[in-house]
Design a protein around this ligand. Sequence first.
Ligand code: NAP
Length: 307
Amino acid sequence: MERIKLGLVGIGKIARDQHLPALVEGSHFELTATASRNGRIDGVEAYESVQTLIAARPDIAAISLCTPPAGRFEQAMAVIAAGRHVMLEKPPAATVSEAEALTEAAREKGVTLFATWHSREAAEVDAARDWLVGKAIHAVRVTWREDIRQWHPGQDWILAPGGFGVFDPGINALSIATRILPDPLVVLSAELATPENRACPIAATIAMRSGAAPVAVDFDFLQTGHQTWDIEVDTDAGMLRLRDGGSRLELPGEAPLSGPNREYARLYTRFAELIRDDESDVDLRPLRLVADAFLTGQRTTAPAFEF
Ligand code: NAP
């Protein structure tokens, strides 16, 4: 099978840590060029912007955007207007209306738009969803606490307007919750703590509901030491614990399950399938929940934050 020529845009942490290895190992795409103001990958043709890449390489059929969400809309629109397929890092856009406009533009142009949620591809997420089918859910606790300095060193954009703050990792938890819980999630209230020198929250709690079950969400960007990416679901058959970002599953009376990290390999396989089948995959539920938390949130001021 001929590999699809792909352009990788925004050569930063996630492009290097995850996209590059997945592309090198995978058989669906050929990494043909990059676009980034500063970042380069040795041995790969480099452009400074997605627009110049598109103009110079009409043979590149697919573009994968790894830039921060604020500003990605213009890049994605340019890709779609040029008739190329586009894969978006999470969150798919800085706002719901941007994401919806991209969906519409891709549909009109007849290209594939894939809004990825890498955490949904974690090893045990599908097994967690399958186990919950048919069970009565009594309560859900989502705890996503990580160290911003460890995982996002120097990324000032993440606390700037449109950067999502603690919702940048938190939306990963919401992408899993919307995948495994059978009933829609609804935001009831939220508390958002924003450093006095920044625009986006560094910690948040959200009260939600899924069917009749209360869902308590706790996001923190200042957790040092042990890092927590856990979802617990109380059911009529005992408690499900999905740990470590979806890679470990603990079920009542069973040995824990865990699998290797194949998240980005699975995303690129899915992107190739969508292109082949002339389809798009855009699920905006996690983004809407974040928007609703911002809409309903009670604001508090946290101490100034520096990296
Ligand atoms: P990053 O390290 O800051 O890399 C993003 C790159 O995009 C930068 O290196 C920069 O390269 C380019 N860029 C273009 N416009 C920019 C702007 N206005 N501000 C800053 N950089 C800009 O960020 P990242 O961690 O890779 O995250 C990128 C996306 O991947 C985000 O949506 C994030 O949620 C997602 N993601 C991140 C992780 C993670 O662990 N870090 C995990 C999964 C997903 P140039 O200077 O060369 O243009």
